[in-house]
Design a protein around this ligand. Structure first.
Ligand code: NI
Length: 254
């Protein structure tokens, strides 16, 4: 079930049987000479949209702009600074909690989002802690490659040249979903360099074509399909476990 293609009475009815929602979250940023700018938000969206076809799962609109300041020297990148991103995560969460959602599962597609999102969750929980009350909701962050078996499969598919940015696994997932947008280039070097991530000017100097440690030429739509199928299974399982989690009873002496 997709929230943006539903009506409010349908969401109200969903809330009578489930308090869980999945939010795909990513980033709109350069992915080397052949990776789509939307790769990091497309991957979790593709997986979540596939999963809701077979499970009773509500999927929110994709939060498609993230913490990508280091990619800003490549055209097409749109970034939120960490403080803006945290404020937006808080407002999305409060909106959903306001309707009664108690389990908010963020399916992430961008490693650069993780630190900021975890800090955003801590801020949200702090509001409740300092007020001496329960938050009334819980957030879980999982990147799609952390879903059961997915990273292992990617390692088997791409034993060399996987790297950490513009990886063949994420590009394969987008190739499977959008085969009409597959691009080609001559990569030089074939496997990109690795190193630290700092400001945008430094990033472009270190990684001239935008890749980090990867050879995206290894990606195929077929490999992407294998990753999507496994990730869908893993997402359905992870969301079910999260939904079944119940807060412990209050302390009797509290
Ligand atoms: Ni990416």
């Amino acid at each position: 079930m997709l929230l943006h293609l539903s009506t409010w009475p349908e969401i109200e009815a969903y809330l009578s049987r489930s308090r869980t929602i999945v939010v795909p979250v990513g980033s709109n940023e350069q992915h080397g000479p052949t990776g789509l700018l939307g790769t990091d938000w497309l991957c979790p969206e593709i997986i979540a949209h596939e999963a809701q076809k077979t499970a009773d799962m509500l999927v929110a609109p994709t939060f498609n702009i993230g913490m990508a300041q280091h990619h800003l020297d490549f055209p097409g990148t749109i970034a939120l600074r960490p403080s803006t991103f945290m404020a937006a995560i808080a407002d999305w969460t409060h909106s959903l909690a306001h309707h009664g959602f108690e389990r908010i599962f963020w399916l992430n597609g961008h490693g650069g989002n993780v630190a900021t999102m975890e800090a955003a969750f801590s801020e949200l929980y702090s509001e409740a802690s300092f007020a001496g009350r329960r938050a009334g909701f819980a957030c879980r962050l999982k990147s799609w490659w952390e879903l059961k078996g997915v990273f292992k499969l990617a390692t088997q598919q791409f034993p060399t040249g996987h790297g950490s940015h513009a990886t063949p696994s994420e590009i394969a997932v987008t190739q499977w979903a959008y085969p009409e947008h597959i691009k080609a280039a001559n990569y030089a070097p074939q496997i990109a360099p690795t190193g630290p991530i700092r400001e945008a000017r430094d990033f472009r100097a270190r990684y001239p074509d935008g890749r980090m440690g990867s050879d995206p030429g290894l990606a195929t739509p077929e490999k992407g399909g294998e990753l999507v199928r496994l990730a869908v299974e893993g997402l359905i399982q992870a969301v079910a476990e999260f939904s079944a989690e119940r807060p412990p009873a209050e302390r009797v002496d509290a």
